[in-house]
Write a protein that binds this ligand. Sequence first.
Ligand code: ADP
Ligand code: MG
Length: 358
Amino acid sequence: MSYKQRQQFEFQDGYTEQQQAQYTKYLTKLKSEFEKRWCTQAKFSIEFSELEPIKTLGTGAFGRVMLLRHNKTNKFYAMKVLEKEKIIKLKQLDHTFYEKRILEAIRFPFTVSMEFSFKDNSYVYFIMPFVPGGEMFTHLRKLGKFEEPLAKFYASQVILALEYLHFCNLVYRDLKPENILIDKNGYLKIADFGFCKVLQGRTWTLCGTPEYLAPELILSKGYGFSVDWWSFGVLLYEMNAGYPPFYANEPMKTYEKIVAGKYRCPSSFNSDLRDLVRNILQVDISKRYGVMRNGVLDYKNHKWFKGIEWDAILNCRIQPPYVPKFIAPSDTSNFERYNEEPILPASYCRYESEFIDF
Ligand SMILES: Nc1ncnc2c1ncn2[C@@H]1O[C@H](COP(=O)(O)OP(=O)(O)O)[C@@H](O)[C@H]1O
Ligand SMILES: [Mg+2]
């Protein structure tokens, strides 16, 4: 759908059923494009040797993410470097394979996607556009908490992104401020599809981050898209409070609090925000916003989002309340510093058969 067509159903406040029906047509088109890419092998027009590593932007359990420069175009990219051996030892082969295919197939304004991917004797490499504003986590810790207009601005984009992913049958499973990046225009890009998968029916895998886990996931019940909405509730709370709703020194104690569903809102939360949080952090999934009969419309029409123009947000036509500072396309000042380690592939191919489809 073109920019012009999308503009037609912009509306001042809330979202009517007709608007949602129109939007569903747009999502249906995005989904069929997702499915087409899902079934086609991606082709890349550049050589790995044309990419020059500059510095580390982040680290994780299986490898690191580095800033890269493409020497022919002078464009900058972020490259997730994953060590095959670690993936095998930590039993993440399926998750990593899904991560690659999902990154190749998704296209939405508020998610990252794959530009190129490569593999060598020891590593697999996922190359995405560089998102220079850094993690939401860094800004949240720096600012303490977000002012309400900023929290609303970010929350509305996360809702649209989850709506898109779920529409494509993708459950994300790792929503948290570390995985949400801020682009140069001040809008969000959700990164890290390491736990994302295509979901038909229910799944049982225990994965995610302790403070953000949904009760049904902790209790090893089969679960579905509801877990992402729970994590969204935790995120919404954390953006507005500066700390998460369920927290303890040990994960086990955190889990006890989560399954009990008991938390307190800081006095700074107004009644609309309290009401919204209460409707999301529902242990009983039949009462949780996002998975009830009205689906995402429960969010789009909630009082706390009064004044949010959902289609204008989608089209990035709202002036962001906050834009991270950055001076050049290769500026990494919004990222923490990490020790650099050389990438040294082995002289023979490791785990060749396991990674044959990568
Ligand atoms: N496209 C990107 N642009 C800029 N930084 C990124 C990008 N992708 C990831 N990062 C940085 O690298 C970190 C780790 O990447 P992520 O995909 O979350 O890996 P992990 O699975 O190890 O958590 C992120 O939290 C972020 O700081
Ligand atoms: Mg991550």
